[in-house]
Every structure is written in structure tokens, then in C-alpha cells.
Design a protein around this ligand. Structure first.
Ligand code: NAD
Length: 456
């Protein structure tokens, strides 16, 4: 008879990973490379199940699921494997005049046993992308997927179980109580993606153990369409970025500030583009649904807070909300206070760029900001006055697709960053080592050095 699968408590799992880390097995480049290969092979094996789970949990179309979840991960694994040797190499740095005969270098070492907590909106990609960094850096890891996308969580667990033993990488499924139980443990690093509100809880728990954290959080990401912008391009790119995944993207355009001279043209163009790309949404088969009823109700409430320019249709049965644009928002509208995280786009006109700067800088630092303009001066002014995680000029979302750009927030939108080499560095401790020669010993630093006597 087969022995039953070992059911470990969270504490036992962490201790098991710690023991494995101590063996030094995870540290060689060969080990890291093979583990990345295993991960890729296992994802390939479960690809059909993953596509099905993404359809079940969010009605993601195969194309969306492939490009934004699975393909993204294959690319990240391939790039990491290609670059790892270079990233792992100690970095020699120069000294100053007092460092004669000494060599200084930064050595990248894994933190140890790390925790990765993921959200539901890109439930596979946002759990696995940080894991690639953790593996590349030589750590062991526990991944906690979101309970709101249970089918994806189950397939993710299968992917990880096929690729790894739990002493190295494991998935722990569960809700916030499980997350809290995980957070009660001592970790060597915590990587959290989710809301600002839960980010604060994670940061507090981490502080108990002085565990370093990366917090990839949310917030309202504005778009500015200036008076000199190419409006048709702006409308097309905003429509693509806003209604992909039904607006449930952390860096989706949250609202648009449009110069009054362009408002009419922008509204007309964005309506046409939305329809061309997503139809009326509710009846479109390949349009992503809202994750659950609580979010559906939250979003439906926003629809009553201003004038609908287009959209507004909802289907409670299918949990779908059409691409929607709103103007003339009521004073105190919740849609302009909360992160929308859904397919509703408020559009607000402005006269002077100063108003835009004041409006955005009076609010928490956004995760992303997008500016559409043909003017270098406008670009300079916006970049100088506003702080935000990252963003684009004349585009939306595309900054996160370049692995050479660190991706992360600032202030309430998060701390730390990842993607590409930054992921490797995030999960590594940069150990500074100075090595001195014993061939000579300059006396000047010692207290009994008496230069003056020699001069007399
Ligand atoms: P969430 O914060 O509710 O949940 C994220 C994770 O935290 C889940 O695994 C959940 O189980 C866990 N969790 C929930 N409550 C907890 C608690 N009290 N204690 C400990 N853990 C808890 O976020 P969400 O709804 O899954 O995701 C949406 C949010 O994530 C949005 O704000 C969005 O902007 C943000 N997000 C940010 C990024 C980014 O890269 N910056 C990416 C995707 C999503």
C-alpha cells in the first residue's frame, strides 16, 4: 500500500524548507537552472488545465490567458536562464585612495526561505513571476495563491508539486486566515502582491521578525490626455489597457484627465475603440468577467455616481459589466476615491496643466501614470512634479512588459520592485566584501602612527 501523502503543518513546512536551505543545495547555478527548467516543463504539462482554470475563474479568453499569464512566464523563465550566470557574478567595485591593495566586491546571496503571497487578477502570473526571481536567487519558497481564483490555485499547486519537492518550493492554498498563519512564521523575505490595505497588515507582520518585504500594491493610476495629444492614439491605447481583463489590472488606467479642448473627441474615439475591441462586453464571449459578486456589487454602485457616456450594462448571472465611461461625477463619488479595479472609466476635463498636477499630487502616489502629449515641456513638467511607481508617455501598461525596467510602486502603491534582473536582486542579499592584501600594511590608520615625529 502507498504511504499517505505527508500533511505538514505550516510550521513544519517552513522548518523543512529551512533545513533544506541549510544543505546549500539551492545555491549552485546548475541547481537553479535545472529548477527553472522543471518549472517550465511542468507549466507546459498543465497548460490546458491552466487555460481552463483561467476561463472558469475569470472567463479569460485563451489568447488573453496565454499572452498575459502563461507566455509572459515562459519569457521570464527563458530570459532568467540566459542571464543568470551574469547576474550571479560578484560585482567588483572601486575603492578610494585609502583602499590601496584592497579589492571590494558585492556578492549576491539568497535570503533563505521566502514567502510569496499573490492576488487573483492575474492569479498565475503574479504568483509565478516572483517565484522565478526567488529560484534564480537560490532561495526556497512557499507560494500562497488567492482563494478568489480557486481553480487556478489548484492547478498552480499541481504545477509546483510536479516540478518540486515541498522542502524546496510548495504551494499553500487558503484564505486570509491561512495567509495570516503564514505571516506569523519567521521568513527571510516576503513578497506580497495585493491591496494597499492588506499590504499594511503584511508589513506589520514582517516587522515583528524584521523581515524585509517587497509590497506590490494598488491605487488609482491616472491618464493625462493633454491638449496637444494625438487623441485617436490615446483613445485606442487607453481602451486596450482599461478593458483588458475587464479593468482588473493593477496598472489599468483608473481615470482620465483630459484637456477640455479634447474631451469631446476623446470620448467619441474611446467609445468607438471600446466597441471595436470588446463589443458591448456583456454579450462578448471572450470578455473577462468580474471575479465575484462582492466586486460586482461594488462596481455596480459606481455606475450611479455620474453620467454614463456609454456602457453601463451589467449581467449579474454572468458577473459581467460592459466597458463604461462616465463624466460629471457627483461630488464625493466613491468611484473617485477607491481604486476602481473594474471596467468603469471616469473622464474629467481640465483647463490648465497646473490643475492636473495639483489634483494628482494631493492624492496618494499612483502605481502608474500615463501621459499623452506631443510636448517635451509638458512631459518634463509632469515627470518633475509627480511621483508614481512607473508609467508611460503616449502609451499605457507597456512599461511593465520591458524586463529591463524595474516594476513597482512608491508610497501607498508599494515598495521594492521586480522583473528581469531586478527580481534576482530583490530576492538576493547584496553582501559587501572587502579583501585586503597581507603583502604590505599601511601604518596610517593605526593610533600609534606618528607622521609628525618623522618630519621633525
Ligand atoms: P488582497 O490584498 O485582498 O489579497 C491579496 C492576497 O492577500 C490574497 O492571497 C489574500 O488571500 C491575502 N489576504 C487577504 N486578506 C488578508 C489579510 N487580512 N491578511 C493576510 N493576507 C490577506 O488583494 P486582491 O483583491 O487579491 O488583489 C487586488 C489588489 O491587488 C488591487 O489593489 C491591485 O491593484 C493589487 N495588485 C497589485 C499589483 C502590483 O503588481 N502592484 C498586481 C496585481 C494586483
Amino acid at each position: 500500500m502507498l504511504a499517505p501523502i505527508e500533511q505538514l503543518t505550516i510550521d513544519e513546512l517552513v522548518q523543512k524548507q529551512r533545513r533544506f536551505f541549510k544543505t546549500q543545495a539551492t545555491k549552485s547555478m546548475a541547481f537553479r537552472l535545472s529548477m527553472l527548467t522543471f518549472l517550465k516543463e511542468s507549466i507546459k504539462h498543465y497548460e490546458p488545465d491552466l487555460l481552463e482554470a483561467l476561463r472558469e475563474d475569470l472567463n479569460k479568453s485563451e489568447m488573453d490567458a496565454y499572452t498575459t499569464e502563461i507566455g509572459f512566464i515562459y519569457d521570464e523563465i527563458s530570459r532568467t536562464k540566459r542571464e543568470l550566470k551574469r547576474w550571479m557574478r560578484p560585482k567588483r567595485v572601486r575603492g578610494t585612495a585609502i583602499h590601496l591593495g584592497m579589492k571590494s566586491e558585492i556578492r549576491y546571496e539568497p535570503y533563505g526561505t521566502v514567502l510569496i503571497i499573490a492576488p487573483w487578477n492575474y492569479p498565475f502570473q503574479l504568483a509565478v513571476a516572483p517565484l522565478i526571481g526567488a529560484i534564480a536567487a537560490g532561495n526556497t519558497a512557499v507560494v500562497k495563491p488567492s482563494e478568489l481564483t480557486p481553480n487556478v490555485a489548484r492547478v498552480l499547486t499541481q504545477v509546483l508539486e510536479r516540478a518540486f519537492t515541498d522542502r524546496y518550493v510548495a504551494s499553500v492554498e487558503g484564505d486570509k486566515d491561512t495567509a495570516q498563519e503564514l505571516l506569523d512564521q519567521k521568513w527571510d523575505y516576503i513578497f506580497f502582491t495585493g491591496s494597499t490595505q492588506v499590504g499594511r497588515i503584511v508589513n506589520k507582520s514582517a516587522a515583528e521578525h524584521l523581515t524585509p518585504v517587497t509590497l506590490e500594491l494598488g491605487g488609482k493610476s491616472p491618464v493625462i490626455v493633454h491638449g496637444d495629444a494625438n487623441v485617436s492614439i490615446a483613445a485606442k491605447r487607453v481602451a486596450w489597457g482599461k478593458w483588458m481583463n475587464a479593468g482588473q489590472t493593477c496598472v489599468a488606467p483608473d481615470y482620465v484627465l483630459v484637456h477640455e479642448s479634447q474631451q469631446e473627441a476623446f470620448l467619441e474615439a474611446v467609445k468607438q475603440e471600446a466597441f471595436a475591441m470588446f463589443g458591448n462586453g456583456v454579450g462578448t464571449k471572450r470578455y473577462t468577467r468580474i471575479v465575484n459578486e462582492a466586486h460586482f456589487d461594488r462596481l455596480s454602485h459606481y455606475l450611479t455616481e455620474g453620467d454614463l457616456i456609454f456602457g453601463g450594462e451589467t449581467s449579474q448571472d454572468e458577473l459581467k459589466i460592459a466597458p463604461t465611461v462616465m463624466t460629471n461625477l457627483h461630488e464625493d463619488a466613491d468611484v473617485m476615491k477607491d481604486e476602481i479595479f473594474g471596467p468603469i472609466l471616469p473622464v474629467i476635463p481640465y483647463r490648465q496643466l497646473d490643475e492636473v498636477i495639483e489634483f494628482i499630487s494631493d492624492r496618494p502616489h499612483p502605481l502608474a501614470l500615463y501621459l499623452f502629449t506631443e510636448s517635451k515641456d509638458v512631459e518634463k513638467t509632469v515627470m518633475k512634479h509627480l511621483s508614481f511607481g512607473g508609467g508611460c508617455v503616449n502609451d499605457v501598461i507597456m512599461h511593465l512588459t520591458n524586463p529591463n525596467l524595474p516594476f513597482g510602486g512608491v508610497g501607498e502603491s508599494g515598495m521594492g520592485a521586480y522583473h528581469g534582473r531586478t527580481s534576482f536582486e530583490t530576492f538576493s542579499h547584496a553582501k559587501s566584501i572587502l579583501k585586503n592584501t597581507t603583502k604590505f600594511d599601511l601604518p596610517v590608520r593605526y593610533p600609534n602612527f606618528k607622521p609628525a615625529e618623522k618630519l621633525i
